[in-house]
Write a protein that binds this ligand. Structure first.
Ligand code: IMP
Length: 425
């Protein structure tokens, strides 16, 4: 069976957790390759909800080895809290089943403090980050002053690196943001006190993945956030700090791109976004409120209400191209039930012209006007349906039209929260 990369094709929160969970059943190794605990994957099995921010959702399947790749930024405290929560729910989260790359960068308290200080200083033009210290941690990685998981075995190095990082950041805290300086020795000691629990999880992730590949095992690469939050290709500067596109699955786990076979884009049947930034099909009326309420559109990580709007096939076309999507999983289709008309954005009007691909310059997505096509809605409860042909005609029409507009086969359709509520075409 082919190795699969799962990525969000919109602005995150597409329902990746459920599809990862579904596919994990047939996977031997599951790897997270970017982002950190800014993600929030909600998985619902037999009515019981589990939210994971950092540990791959596949951990709920006992056969799977779950790995956190070099491309991830890991908050040690959050990792251990998730381990504890899983263990208390009877899930094996030991180092036999779970590993962290030596090269994974660590999120430290000063990253979170800097994230918060910056956001509050930006006030009007804030990014709307999750406040988890993600950006500042990736900044330290790029500045070559980051701490990596493998450093935990070397206390002197940890102390020196924390001191080095804070020598700069404390100037920002005290002089620019009018905050208290942070204590390097205290931060290093707190981190080192967690080391005995973290060190057993360290693994040579690239070797594990490559060994799995040679043995013909099935590998699942679990993306976080969404394509339009990608640091390069997203709606910059309102983006996250990592590459969320599928090709980063290789870089972020330390393997060659030849390992990536199937690229599954997760597409919510409508569009949502949390945080700031352009959103052409955003709804400010009762239909937006309907989607928010029926879709329970509140962030799994921050609890913030998500902005809601119609499905935008222009950004999806870009996602298909940027990721090389080979298939789509369409989620939350059931949420549309009860809407009289369903609108799909097929193109944009931009500077007097109709365009079928997002404009390129910074801020330009905020200047487009969406062109809509209207389809009839549906009133039937589709949550119990398990075959495509059994879906009401208007639902099939919607799915087939999206497929046509994006040019990628819709292989999975999710019609309810539970693992079972899925149509495989
Ligand atoms: P950061 O990743 O916390 O730096 O936040 C940067 C932007 O990405 C903000 O708009 C966040 O709301 C958004 N973001 C980060 N993670 C997620 C996610 O998992 N789902 C949706 N949006 C996210």
């Amino acid at each position: 069976m082919a190795n699969t990369v799962i990525i969000g094709a919109q602005w995150g929160d597409e329902g990746k957790g459920k599809i990862v969970d579904l596919m994990s059943e047939h996977s031997d190794v599951i790897v997270r390759f970017q982002g950190g605990n800014n993600a929030g994957h909600t998985i619902s099995v037999a009515g019981k909800k589990t939210i994971l921010h950092l540990i791959p959702s596949g951990i709920l399947h006992p056969q799977a080895l779950c790995l956190i790749g070099n491309g991830v930024v890991l908050d040690p405290q959050v990792f251990l809290e998730e381990v504890d929560a899983l263990v208390s729910n009877g899930v094996d989260a030991s180092s036999k089943r779970l590993g962290i790359s030596y090269k994974t960068h660590l999120i430290l308290p000063y990253h979170k403090a800097l994230d918060a200080a910056r956001e509050s200083a930006r006030s009007k033009d804030k990014i709307g980050t999750t406040g988890r210290g993600i950006g500042p941690c990736y900044e330290d990685k790029a500045s070559r002053i980051g701490l990596r998981a493998g450093d935990l075995a070397r206390p002197e190095l940890v102390k020196a690196k924390v001191e080095r990082a804070l020598s700069e950041k404390n100037i920002l805290f005290t002089h620019l943001y009018q905050r208290e300086p942070m204590d390097a020795a205290k931060i290093a000691d707190e981190l080192l006190s967690l080391a005995p629990r973290l060190l057993p999880y360290l693994k040579n992730v690239e070797e594990e993945v490559s060994r799995a590949k040679m043995a013909g095992k099935k590998i699942l690469f679990e993306g976080a956030q969404g394509t339009h939050l990608d640091i390069d290709h997203g709606t910059y500067p309102f983006v996250t700090s990592s590459n969320t596109v599928a090709s980063n699955a290789a870089t972020g786990s330390g393997v060659g791109a030849d390992v990536l076979d199937t690229i599954t884009g997760i597409v919510k049947a409508y569009t949502t976004r949390v945080g700031e930034g352009a959103f052409p099909t955003e709804l400010f009326d009762s239909q937006g409120a309907f989607l928010q309420k029926n879709g329970h559109e509140f962030g799994a990580t921050t609890g913030r209400p998500r902005r809601c709007g119609w499905l935008d096939c222009v950004i999806l076309r870009a996602s298909a191209r940027l990721n090389g999507l080979t298939e789509i999983a369409l989620t939350k289709l059931d949420v549309l039930r009860g809407l009289e008309k369903l609108k799909i954005c097929t193109a944009y009007k931009y500077q007097g012209q109709e365009i079928s691909y997002p404009p390129q310059g910074e801020g330009t997505l905020g200047e487009v006007t969406p062109c809509y096509e209207e389809l009839p809605g549906f009133d039937e409860d589709i949550s119990g349906i398990r075959t495509f042909n059994a879906l009401p005609a208007n639902v099939r029409r919607y799915v087939e039209r999206v497929e046509e507009l994006v040019g990628v086969h819709i292989a999975y359709i999710s019609v309810g929260c539970d693992r079972d509520a899925t149509i495989v075409r």
